[in-house]
Structures are given as C-alpha cells and as structure tokens.
Design a protein around this ligand. Sequence first.
Ligand SMILES: NC(=O)c1ccc[n+]([C@@H]2O[C@H](COP(=O)([O-])OP(=O)(O)OC[C@H]3O[C@@H](n4cnc5c(N)ncnc54)[C@H](OP(=O)(O)O)[C@@H]3O)[C@@H](O)[C@H]2O)c1
Length: 350
Amino acid sequence: MALMRAVVLEKTGSAKMLKTKMIPRPEYIDEEQVIVKMAYAGINYADILSRKGMYSWAPKRPFTLGLEGTGVIVKKGEKVEGFDIGDRVIVGTQSGTYAEYVKVHYSRIFPAFPNYSLKENAAVAGSYMTAMVALREMGRVREGETILVQAAAGALGISTCQLAKAMGLKVAGTASRAEKIDFLREKIGIDLAINYTTQDFVQEIKEWTRGKGVNIVLESVGGKVFQDSLRVLAPTGRIVLVGATSISYSKKNPLSLFRAWKQIPRVNLLKAIRRSYGVLGFHLGWLLTNSREILTPIIEDLQKIIVEHDIHPVIDTVYPLEQASSAHQRIESRRNIGKVILAIDESVGS
Ligand SMILES: NC(=O)c1ccc[n+]([C@@H]2O[C@H](COP(=O)([O-])OP(=O)(O)OC[C@H]3O[C@@H](n4cnc5c(N)ncnc54)[C@H](OP(=O)(O)O)[C@@H]3O)[C@@H](O)[C@H]2O)c1
C-alpha cells in the first residue's frame, strides 16, 4: 500500500501537537471523484478552531486537517465533467488538504486562476471567495458606499479590502498593531486604518462618515466588536457576519463556556427594524456543499476583478507541511498580515 504525508488531527489540543504522519494514500475513487496531488494548502482560522475542538463543521476525529489548497488532478472518475488529469485546481473541502493527496467530489474543485501561481491560488477559496460572497451576494455593495472591515489585516480582511476598493467602495479597517496599520494604509491603500488598541473605532467611524455611519460592516470577531459594529451602521446598512474569532472556551471549564455563550453575536430584530439595518451571515463551506451553483458566477466575477485591478493575495509566510504547528502558532500570535500557507510539494504543477 502506498503511503503519504498528512497532518492528522487525532485529538484536540495546542499547535505543538501537530505532526505529519504516514497514512494510506487515496487510491480508489467513485465515478464523480478526483484525486488531487497537492502543492499547497491554505490555512484558515477555522483550522485553528478545529484543532481546539471548537469548529462545528469539522468531521469526526481522526481526520486530516485542511479546508483549502491547490494541486494537480492525478486521477478522475468516469462521470467527472469539465476537468482532466493534469489540470491545476483549487480544492475547497471539509477536510484533507494538509496532505500529499486529497480525494474529493469534483464539485469541490475549481480551475486554478491562470494569472496566479499555485501558491497564490491557495489563498483564493477561503479568503477571496468568502470576501466576494460577503460583498457581492450578501452585502449587495454599490459603488461609492462605505465599508468597515474588522480584522482587516488578516487573510480574509485584506482580500475584502482589496476587492471593496476595486468595486469603488471607501474602505475603513481595524487591526491591533502599528505594522498592520501601516501595511493597510501604505500597501493596500485603504482610506481609514484604525488601531483599535489605541483608538475607539466607533468614534473614528462616526467622524469619518460625518455621523452617518457605514453602509457595510464585514464582521468576524464577535462579542463587543459585533455589538459596537451595529452602532456604526448607517440607515439601511448591512452587517455581514462570517465568524467570531474572539470566542474561546474549554469544555472542562464551565465558566469559560458561559463566557463564550455570552460572546455569541445576537441581535434584537425590533432594534433592527427601528434603526433600519440588515444582519446577514453565511458559511462558504456550507455553500460549497449545498449550493455550488451560486458560487460559479461569483467566481467568474472574482476572476474578472482580480485581473482588471491586478489584485494579488498577500502571503504572510509559507511553512513546509512538517511545520504545520508553527503555521498555526503564527496565526494564533495574531502577527500574520495576510495568508499563511503550507508548502506540501512545490514541484507539483510547476
Ligand atoms: N463564514 C465563512 O465562510 C468564513 C470563511 C473564511 C473565514 N471566516 C472567518 O473569518 C475570520 C478571519 O479568518 P482568517 O482565516 O482570515 O484569519 P485571520 O484574519 O488571518 O486571523 C484572525 C485575526 O482576527 C483578529 N482578532 C480579533 N480579535 C481576536 C481574538 N480575540 N483572537 C484572535 N484573533 C483576533 C486578529 O487580528 P488583529 O489582532 O489585528 O485584530 C487576527 O489576526 C475567522 O473568524 C474565520 O473563521 C469565515
């Protein structure tokens, strides 16, 4: 039996316990499946949550970590349409991309963007597709509108800022460190970068919009940040909620469970009526599994925008697969600016 390297989550715990091990390589496929030989895997915050046992969409352990990545098709089933062996593809799936090979249904792959390297393509699914759904589908943004992006210097945050600017929005973003603020201002060119550790973002947004508030908020932090984000919405503004990064708990500590429960974003819909705003949420993984057809035109639009505006992913760091633990630690340190990537086999697709 042929073996492959993979990072398998057997139990929950700290980043340090992530190790590669040799497991059987996928060999047999259904008629609608493909096997992709992986070049890179993109790391998502959800992987950190999975590792801690806090991601409800994670499969039952043990499983190979990884929701996205890129590689080349090496095997395909008879009923797979639109793809051939040798095609460079993006994989967006529930698990399995921290490995040399992944077996998936062909609805979970997309042609790699030809203007991007495979490394850059590893940042497309989790960050750019999510940003595009948030802005275009859920937020229904229009040119000239204003947006506040929370956690703007993270992988999803930067993609959202880049696409929002390309769509003609005025962009404000928050981050916690001076180097992130400088990057957002100087390299991404956002209109207002707020260091929320030294500035009050509610006040800053009120001043920036002359008291009107913003039309859109991309929110992924939860807790007080979510509640304060509601306060800066303009009439008919939309808040698009995609996560709650600040929520953390230990199943062994009932107090932490209670604290986490209190941090879960909640809305009083009567207040939404009174203040005339919309609260929206979505999960890219759910859409991939249940409504792939919704994503197809969004991805086509995404590709047009990134070509027209010469948008490239900001890659913070690339770690070899064996250093998945360092990659997780990098994200948990909150020092990453943009995407953290695992290199599995850089010769694939080159
Ligand atoms: N719904 C979906 O389909 C979907 C898809 C992709 C991502 N997401 C969500 O979007 C969020 C961003 O994901 P990402 O992968 O791009 O991660 P990321 O932005 O690279 O990292 C998270 C950032 O959140 C900020 N943050 C604020 N409060 C935090 C706290 N208490 N603990 C840790 N970080 C905190 C940190 O930036 P500062 O220190 O600068 O604030 C941190 O760097 C996550 O919540 C993720 O689950 C959702």
